[in-house]
Design a protein around this ligand. Structure first.
Ligand SMILES: [Zn+2]
Length: 288
């Protein structure tokens, strides 16, 4: 959790200050069960970490935004970095990825920085609903047409969560798949909501480029397995007693990662489906 040391920083705002001040943020995309979002929920989607070896010199904070934040800002405008840079105590912002920022804010605590990010998101959300900004010319040809679909753009970097709490060699890990590979990280590394255990679940999503997957795996002692390096995946259905799915992901060099998790068949099918889509039936052993 957030380390809060009042005497060591000079934040002008913390997340508790925003609980009643921020107001509700309206999603930019109309769609089924998309409701306004409050400060508590928003705070949950913002991950703030102090990096001991920052990628950008002097930018020791790394801010990661959950995929859900993308619903609150204009999809084809990247003004979050600019708005975050304008917050009190924030000196510089470098956007590493669509939802990852390196931030120099030496006089803020983690909670103060999270509050600054929340204010930046709120400002971007106001802009997103402001017709003046909507009419501003943009490099994207679709800027004046509001997106029709609830689905984020389906690209190869879009990951889906197989399990947020799988066991692997005694560690708790999260398992993501996309069209590029399989990403295994310590549980909680990429923020996500609870796993939908329904028989027809809505999968948790995160957009992770291959470059970021490599970086995350390195930083967090996880594993990024591009399909080119995958030999096969062996999948086993839950037994009667332990009720857990299990899988062994075998890499071409013989390295293998054991996984087991509690989940529904659709989650297992997800892993199986991506592997089969990219590597063919021969790479998947066992049928979910
Ligand atoms: Zn503070």
């Amino acid at each position: 959790m957030v380390q809060h040391r009042p005497h060591k920083h000079d934040c002008t705002v913390h997340t508790t200050d925003l609980l009643h001040r921020l107001g509700l943020l309206r999603p930019c995309i109309a769609g089924e069960d998309l409701r306004p979002v409050g400060a508590v929920e928003l705070a949950d989607w913002i991950d703030v970490e102090l990096e001991t070896e920052p990628e950008i010199a002097g930018h020791s904070w790394q801010v990661g935004l959950g995929d859900e934040v993308g619903l609150l800002v204009r999809p084809d405008h990247d003004d979050l970095a600019e708005l975050l840079g304008g917050q009190a105590g924030v000196r510089s912002v470098v956007q590493l990825d669509r939802e990852v920022f390196a931030v120099a804010a030496p006089r803020l605590c983690a909670d103060g920085l999270r509050a600054a990010v929340m204010q930046a998101v709120a400002a971007a959300n106001v802009r997103a609903h402001d017709p003046y900004f909507a009419d501003q010319p943009d490099t994207s040809a679709t800027a004046s047409h509001p997106p029709q679909s609830v689905e984020p753009e389906e690209d190869d970097d879009l990951c889906r969560l197989v399990s947020g709490d799988a066991a692997s060699d005694g560690r708790r890990v999260q398992v993501w798949v996309n069209m590029n590979g399989i990403l295994i990280l310590p549980a909680g590394t990429i923020p996500h909501g609870p796993l939908d255990q329904g028989e027809n679940p809505r999968f948790q999503r995160a957009t992770v480029t291959s470059a970021r997957a490599v970086r995350l795996a390195k930083q967090h002692a996880g594993r990024w397995i591009p399909y080119a390096y995958l030999d096969n995946v062996r999948l086993r259905r839950p037994g009667l007693v332990r009720r857990r799915w299990s899988a062994t992901v075998v890499e071409r060099d013989g390295f293998s990662v054991p996984l087991s998790w509690r989940g529904t068949r659709p989650h297992a099918l997800l892993l199986w489906g991506y592997v089969v889509a990219r590597r063919g039936l021969g790479a998947a052993d066992g049928l979910p």
